[in-house]
Design a protein around this ligand. Structure first.
Ligand code: CMC
Length: 427
């Protein structure tokens, strides 16, 4: 088959190269089109735009496939763990046992944040949202480590390994500092004898004298982080890459990504799912009325649908069974889990959802586990951010090492034509 295509506009035909990815996806290369024809391509919301070539993550949304660096998500979920996956994403290969041990110990030693960074979290208004605090905390962290945060691309690349380990270490500590401040509790120092997730649970929830962490719970948290670790060119990752393309350091790029993740159509959906399930439960509905209102466009079935997946999100499948295990380990039952199961069952048989290929996404079950672990709803998106950090960092590195151009989309201007200024008294 030809690896070129052509576009005819008026009397002229413009040849277009076809790029082929390693999984055989095809793209029309339109980079020269504007220069040659004066035309730009228009794709509101970027639903059909390839913004880069990337080797981090592969998704086939029609088949429900997700792979990090070529490894299937289900296999990683079963056999790997979050910190190992961090190195896989950051470096492209699974680490040796020595590399993994060195990374674990670096992350552990970096969890003790500079006091001025923790003070900056304390100084924020009590009403600040945990996501706002996290974004600001990242900027403060960069400020406290100027040698890792120079905006000199060569220097930031040379120091990238330390910056990445510091950011991965810091996010749980920043999240815990915000949570404890809101709860009026003093900060809990990280404990080097705990692993990454145990330490996070301990910094968040441990009271004096209470030092035990249920391993089943830290394992459930580790799985949630692993499943969120990357998802190619989503809204927050594209934001991270956009900021990085201007030459900004990893701390600034990730602070922007955190802000992009915050919204309810992206990372905020896990909070919205719990609020929706609680509302359904509180109103005495078994889910049927809610499904009807979603079909009528009066509400959205949060945790359902995805821009890329037109099939079951493979992460949702894994989380559905993890949900059962986590609740069993805690010895609790969840009425909202029953509602979630029913909503899924009904939606997957309903022509509205079938025709639009709307399936549960990663957020549909993750919130139920996080709620059972004791995380307040407004921290759910922060947990998504902690999990997504290695993905954002891997994309920052990819841009820093291979990106040659600042990202700068075009537009179709639809505003007023040239007009003359009228002084204020004459308006
Ligand atoms: N409930 C009811 N209808 C829906 C839903 C939903 N959750 N999602 C999409 N639709 C309908 C939508 O109304 C439209 O119908 P019609 O063709 O009749 O106008 C059709 O399906 C296509 O929807 P769309 O909004 O054009 O699809 P999109 O690809 O632009 O949006 C989405 C994807 C994820 C924003 C959307 O499905 C949604 O809002 N879902 C709920 C929020 C959610 O769970 N977000 C988390 C996404 S996964 C985590 C992440 O990556 O951040």
């Amino acid at each position: 088959m030809s690896d070129t295509a052509s576009l005819t506009y008026g009397e002229t035909t413009f040849p277009l190269n076809v790029l082929t990815g390693t999984e055989d996806e095809k793209a029309l290369d339109v980079r020269q089109l504007r220069k040659e024809s004066g035309l730009i391509t228009y794709d509101d919301g970027y639903g059909n735009t390839g913004s880069c070539e990337s080797s981090v993550t592969f998704i086939d949304g029609d088949k429900g496939i997700l792979r990090y660096r070529g490894y299937d998500i289900a296999e990683l979920a079963e056999k790997s763990n979050f910190l190992e996956v961090c190195l896989l994403l950051l470096n492209g290969e699974l680490p040796s046992s020595q590399e993994l041990a060195a990374f674990e110990s670096k992350v552990s030693s970096f969890q003790n944040l500079p006091s001025e960074v923790l003070d900056s979290i304390q100084a924020m208004p009590s009403s600040v949202h945990p996501m706002g605090s996290l974004a600001a905390g990242l900027q403060a962290l960069g400020g406290a480590c100027p040698h890792l945060c120079t905006n000199d691309r060569n220097q930031d690349i040379a120091n990238f390994d330390d910056a990445a380990a510091l950011i991965i270490a810091a996010l749980p500590a920043l999240a815990a500092a915000n949570y404890r401040k809101k709860a009026g509790e003093s900060l809990r120092k990280p404990d080097a004898s705990f692993n990454y997730c145990e330490n996070f649970l301990s910094m968040m929830f441990e009271k004096d004298g209470d030092a035990s962490i249920n391993p089943a719970l830290s394992k459930a948290l580790d799985l949630i982080f692993l499943l969120h670790a990357d998802h190619e060119q989503n809204c927050s990752t594209s934001t991270c890459r956009m900021i990085a393309s201007g030459g900004a350091n990893p701390f600034a790029s990730l602070a922007g990504a955190v802000s992009a993740l915050w919204g309810p159509l992206h990372g905020g959906a896990n909070m919205a799912v719990i609020n929706m399930l609680n509302d359904i439960h509180g109103s005495g509905d078994d889910g049927s009325k809610f499904i009807q209102s979603a079909k009528e466009g009066k509400s959205r079935l949060m945790g359902f649908g995805h821009r890329v997946y037109r099939n079951y999100d493979p992460r949702a499948k894994i989380l559905k069974s993890a949900c059962d295990k986590a609740l069993a380990a805690l010895g609790v039952s969840s009425p909202i889990l029953d509602i979630a199961r029913r909503l899924e069952e009904v939606a997957l048989q309903d022509p509205y959802f079938i025709d639009r290929k709307l399936y549960p996404n990663v957020d549909f079950y993750s919130g139920i586990i996080l709620q059972a672990l004791g995380f307040p709803t407004n921290t759910f998106t922060v947990l998504f951010a902690i999990g997504r950090a290695p993905g954002w960092l891997a994309h920052w590195k990819e841009i820093a090492q291979t990106g040659k151009k600042i990202h700068r989309p075009r537009q179709i201007y639809q505003g007023s034509n040239l007009r003359s200024y009228i002084s204020v008294e004459n308006r």
